[in-house]
Structures are given as structure tokens and as C-alpha cells.
Design a protein around this ligand. Structure first.
Ligand code: SAM
Length: 280
């Protein structure tokens, strides 16, 4: 994993600006993703005594939850390519002796001697330059018959939490060219048939994708505005824009978020992911 540090398919991105941005909004992101995450745990069906691998584990929220749910009988390994993000994960996980973190590129990291029963990932597997090779490598981290369950985003148009702010902004700044279909990034696995084909070519059996939807909820419009200006499609599109342009965009996006504010002051925008499962 090499390449340009502006590209989420590069280690430089997650160890640099991308990692900084992720950390700055990580607590909020982890809360926003919670409504989707129960479906991931349910699909993984981890039982006591099993070893779990959390790929692209970020700050380790899912790793910790999986480590807590079965107690010390369960061994959990979180793998992430970002040293600064993993430093936070380690700091937050000191009370969990059954959880370890490894700084590695999951695409080509050597499999451990003790393999895992289950691979889970919450939005951490969409960044591989060669996803067939990466998943073929990850298959060696699993015991024969081991299970896979991961979440990945559906397309932008099915994700109003990104599309609504982006639509308002792109009346002011030009929309970046759409990524090549399947290019590493948040929408790499938006085409579920392609994703299932990747898993089959990587040697996995019975891959399936089911849609999962939830509402992303911010306590108020100001919090939602700060978030969408920095994260997702809009965050990346604005990162090199001058302050004057950013403030015009901020005003326009604030307007559409105000329209979406409910009676309790909260802003709720829908999100849509695929929950993908397979066996090794
Ligand atoms: C969108 S974040 C998700 C983080 C975490 N799973 C969560 O839900 O909070 C993607 C994570 O994948 C990691 N990542 C990206 N490419 C990776 C790779 N090739 N190997 C390991 N981790 C990777 C990033 O560093 C980042 O922490």
C-alpha cells in the first residue's frame, strides 16, 4: 500500500491528513455508526472461545465491543495501517488483556500462526488497490470454514447523509470527478455483485450482501454542519478550497440541514450500507 497521500487507498493518507481528520471526528463517527453496527455483530455471531480479527479497526470501538461481549475467553486482534489511529485504540483498550492491535497493511500482512475464527470490519476493507489479492491474503488469517462479516457503503445517491450536503455544496464548488468504479475509497464496494465476485475470486464461499439502512442522528444542526463540512465526500472536496469559498458552502449546507431539523432540534439523515458475509 503506497501511493499519494491524498488518496484513501494509500498508507500515507491514513498516517497523515486522512488519519488526522478521522481522529478529529472519531468519537462522533463511532456514535453515528452505532445503529448500523448491531447488524454487523449479529451477522458475525461470535461465540465464547473464538478468535476475532477486526480489519481496518480504526480507534478500536468495534474491537473493544467484541472483546467485552464474550469476556476473556475471546481473543480479538485489531489490524490497521494507521499508526496514529492505532495509538488511540491502544490507549483506550488498556483494560482488555484479550485485545491486541497490530499496525499492518491488511492487504499483504503475513498471517499469524494462530488463525482467527471470524473476520469483521466496519468500513475498513474498502481501501485495497487489489481487493482480490487482499482478500486472498486475509483468507489465510482465518481457519478453514472461518466466517467473514463486514459493512461497506452503498452508492452516494443511496446515502443522503453525504449526498444532501454535497448537493448543496456542488452548486457553489465544482463536484470532483466521480471515482472510477471500484477505486479504493468509501464507495469501492458500492456494487454488491462486484464485491461478491471479488470474494469468490479470493477463495471465499457463499458470499452474500444484504442492505442495511439506518438514520444518522446529530443532536443539532450546528453539530451536523461541522461534521459534514469535514467528513465524507464534502470534506474531501473542500480540503483545498479557500476560506471564502468554504464559508459560502457552509452557509448553503447549513440551509439544507436547517430544513432537515426535527422538532427536537436533531438532524437525521439516512445512510445505507451492505452487510457482506462469506466463509473461508
Ligand atoms: C473508515 S475507517 C473505519 C474505522 C473503524 N473500523 C470504525 O468503524 O470506526 C477505515 C480504517 O481502515 C484503515 N485502513 C485503510 N486501509 C487499510 C489497510 N490496507 N490495512 C489496514 N487498515 C486499513 C484506516 O487506517 C482506517 O482506520
Amino acid at each position: 500500500m503506497a501511493g499519494n497521500a491524498a488518496d484513501p487507498g494509500s498508507a500515507g493518507y491514513w498516517n497523515g491528513e486522512g488519519g488526522r481528520r478521522w481522529l478529529a471526528h472519531m468519537d462522533q463517527t463511532e456514535r453515528l455508526l452505532e445503529p448500523l453496527t448491531e447488524a454487523l455483530y449479529a451477522a458475525a455471531t461470535v461465540v465464547a472461545g473464538e478468535a476475532v480479527l477486526d480489519v481496518g479497526c480504526g480507534g478500536g470501538a468495534t474491537s473493544r465491543e467484541l472483546a467485552r461481549r464474550a469476556g476473556p475467553a475471546r481473543r480479538v486482534t485489531g489490524v490497521d495501517v494507521s499508526a496514529p489511529i492505532l495509538a488511540v485504540a491502544r490507549e483506550r483498550s488498556r483494560d482488555l488483556p484479550n485485545l491486541v492491535f497490530e499496525t499492518a497493511d491488511a492487504a499483504d500482512a503475513a498471517a499469524p500462526v494462530r488463525r482467527h475464527d471470524v473476520l469483521v470490519s466496519r468500513f475498513g476493507v474498502m481501501f485495497f488497490a487489489d481487493p482480490v489479492a487482499a482478500f486472498a491474503n486475509l483468507r489465510h488469517w482465518l481457519v478453514p470454514g472461518g466466517r467473514v462479516a463486514f459493512l461497506c457503503w452503498q452508492s452516494l445517491d443511496r446515502n443522503p447523509w453525504m449526498a444532501v450536503p454535497a448537493g448543496a455544496a456542488f452548486r457553489i464548488v465544482p463536484a470532483p470527478p466521480p471515482p472510477e468504479p471500484g477505486a479504493p475509497g468509501p464507495f469501492a464496494f458500492a456494487d454488491a455483485d462486484r464485491t461478491l465476485g471479488i470474494l469468490e475470486r479470493a477463495g471465499f464461499r457463499t458470499p452474500q450482501a444484504v442492505p442495511v439502512r439506518a438514520g444518522m442522528r446529530w443532536a443539532d444542526a450546528a453539530t451536523a454542519l461541522d461534521y459534514v463540512m469535514e467528513m465524507g465526500v464534502l470534506g474531501r472536496a473542500l480540503q483545498d478550497q479557500p476560506d471564502a469559498v468554504r464559508s459560502r458552502v457552509r452557509e448553503a449546507v447549513g440551509g439544507v440541514l436547517a430544513e432537515r431539523t426535527g422538532g427536537d432540534g436533531a438532524v437525521v439523515l439516512d445512510c445505507a450500507a451492505w452487510l457482506v458475509t462469506a466463509s473461508a
